[in-house]
Design a protein around this ligand. Structure first.
Ligand code: SF4
Length: 75
């Protein structure tokens, strides 16, 4: 039986958090702030994706694109 998945790309996900002035692009990197993934400080590009995708406007905060990310989750 196929597993139910809501796979989608970070670029259109409400859990993607990028730098305040970052362009929303497949090559832009930001922090994933989905609650269950927050402990991992997962840094993902616009073309990354996963099954926890929720369509929405990405959030913005200083330090979201740093290595490792230094921003706090804003959602
Ligand atoms: S890794 Fe998944 S939950 Fe996180 S921003 Fe990308 S699509 Fe959304």
């Amino acid at each position: 039986m196929a597993k139910k998945s809501n796979w989608g790309q970070c670029i259109k996900c409400k859990w993607w958090q990028v730098e305040p002035a970052a362009e929303l692009a497949s090559t832009t990197y930001g922090l994933c702030i989905e609650q269950s993934l927050q402990p991992y400080q997962l840094r993902v590009s616009g073309s990354s994706g996963c099954g926890l995708f929720v369509e929405g406007e990405p959030a913005r905060a200083e330090g979201s694109g740093a290595c490792p990310p230094t921003a706090q989750a804003t959602r």
